[in-house]
Structures are given as C-alpha cells and as structure tokens.
Design a protein around this ligand. Structure first.
Ligand SMILES: [Zn+2]
Ligand SMILES: [Zn+2]
Length: 290
C-alpha cells in the first residue's frame, strides 16, 4: 500500500481521463492521496475538495483528503477575500492541512515581501484551525535564501503551535530538514529524487530518520525517470518508493509501508474507517482517530 502525499488532482491536464487516472492509482496500490487545494489560483482553491466529495464512495479509487491554500507563485492574489475563502474551507472535515504555502525565490512570480506576507497570514489561519501546513520552498540557484527566510518565519510564527507540517518535494540541505523536523515536520520526496543530478537529494534521503519520511508525486508535475517531462500521475509514486528504498538500502515493501504509516500517524487518519464510510455513503472515508 502507498500514499501519495501531494498531487494536484484538479489539474486541467487530467480533464480527459481523471477517473481512469485515479483507478490506475488504486491498481498500483495507492490507498490515499492528499489532493493539494491551490487550484489554478485562489478562485479555484475549492476544486480539490469538490473532487474528494465527488469520488468519496468509489471503491475502485484511492480515498482523497485535501488541503487548501495559496501557492507562493500566486501570493500577489492573497487578498482578504482569498484569505477568507481559505478560512472557510479550513473547517471542512476533508481538509487536513493548509498548503501548499511558502516561498519560491527561484521563479519569483510574486515579489518576495508579498510571498512572505501571504505565508505568514496563512500560517495564522492554519494555527486558528489547528491544521498542519504543507511547505513549498525553492531557493534561487546556488543559494539557500528561501530556506533561510522560510525557517526564520517558521520559527517566529509557527514553531510554538507545535502543529508541524510537511516539507513537500524536498530538495534542500540536511540542515534545513533538521531544523524543520525539530518543529514537528515530516519530509516528503518526489520524482525528482530519481533524476541523475539529484545526488544531493538522495544523500539527504539516506540520512533522515525513517519515521519522518513521506513520498509524493506532485503530479501532474515532476514525472520520475524514465518518464521525465511527461505528465505525471499518482500511480507513479511507486517509483519514488523504489528509489528511496535503493538509497536507504531498504526494500520497496518496507519503504511503502513506512511512508504510509507515517502519513496516517501524522494526520491522525485511519484507513480502516473507509469501508464503513462507503457502506453508509454519508461519511468521510477517513476519520480522526482521536
Ligand atoms: Zn510545490
Ligand atoms: Zn505541488
């Protein structure tokens, strides 16, 4: 069994075959997907939640839990109405995290001060709802600038909540992961761990404690080798588990099980409630264990 901890299921790149794509994921052993609710911008932040409800009772698909948030690329759209929308979505039972939020100094699609403000505002909303956060952090080339700033903001505005979160698509240094783990974060690896030049990512992955690791696809982006450049999908999370197992001298089954258990434990979810939910047809497939 596998969990894809980060996928953009509402992407228009699945418009033609979304159901078939989700069935393929289930056939590949994917039991749960965290569908990231950033939409194509704040206006469609709810799209992931809509999908999780549409497919709630489908036994032939993974169960879908979701997040909601404003991506740093769209931080310039994080006005009061966008933040209010996030605040409203955060109460929904399917929403298990706020994200992806953070800083992207590689593309700088929004000015850095604007990204920082949107990041902090969304941390406040997450804290108010006691939800963990999904972090997107990408520094400029040959720099750690976004990590330095993100960790400083996390220390100032998030550490004390103890809620932690996930560093998604991790490509930082071990020291960044370490500082975040001290704030109760998990570290999620994506298909880029398979790329030839990704030895620094593999080196970090080899060193991390097993109980802090997750796997994801970031689909439709970042298809792992040998499909690099093509559309990605959650079934491919298998490749990430295989690569992680190789890097850590472990085996595929262990890696799949460990990352799946880490996900359920961190988000306080239980896979066993799913069958009951399907029977009644009324309930969310996953329920808080405590
Ligand atoms: Zn991201
Ligand atoms: Zn993403």
């Amino acid at each position: 069994m596998l969990v894809d901890s980060h996928a953009h299921l509402d992407s228009e790149r699945y418009a033609e075959d979304r159901e078939a794509m989700l069935v393929r994921a289930r056939e590949a052993g994917v039991e749960t997907i965290l569908a990231v609710g950033i939409g194509e911008g704040p206006d469609t932040m709810h799209a992931a939640l809509d999908l999780s409800r549409e497919y709630r009772c489908r036994a032939d698909m993974p169960q879908i839990v979701v997040s909601a948030g404003i991506h740093p690329h769209e931080a310039n759209l994080a006005d009061q109405s966008a933040l209010n929308k996030l605040d409203t979505l955060a109460v929904e039972p399917e929403v298990v995290a706020v994200g992806e939020i953070g800083l992207d100094y590689f593309y700088d699609n929004s000015p850095r001060e604007v990204q920082q403000r949107a990041f902090v505002e969304q941390m406040k909303i997450a804290a108010a709802h006691k939800l963990p956060i999904l972090i997107h952090c990408r520094a400029s080339t040959d720099s750690t600038n976004a990590w330095d700033d993100a960790l400083e903001l996390l220390n100032e505005h998030w550490h004390a909540t103890g809620l932690g979160g996930v560093l998604h698509c991790f490509a930082g240094e071990y020291e960044h992961a370490k500082q975040a783990m001290d704030m109760n974060f998990l570290v999620s690896f994506a298909g880029n761990i398979t790329f030839p030049k990704a030895q620094p990512i593999r080196d970090v992955a080899a060193k991390l404690p097993a109980d802090r690791m997750l796997i994801e696809t970031d689909a439709p982006f970042l298809a792992p080798a040998p499909n690099r450049g093509k559309r990605n999908e959650p079934a491919m999370v298998q490749r990430v588990a295989e690569q992680l197992a190789e890097v850590r001298g472990s085996d595929y089954e262990t890696m799949a099980l460990t990352t799946t258990e880490n996900f359920y434990r961190f988000f306080r979810l239980s896979p066993t409630t799913r069958a009951q939910a399907r029977e009644t047809g009324t309930n969310l497939g996953l329920q808080a264990e405590n």
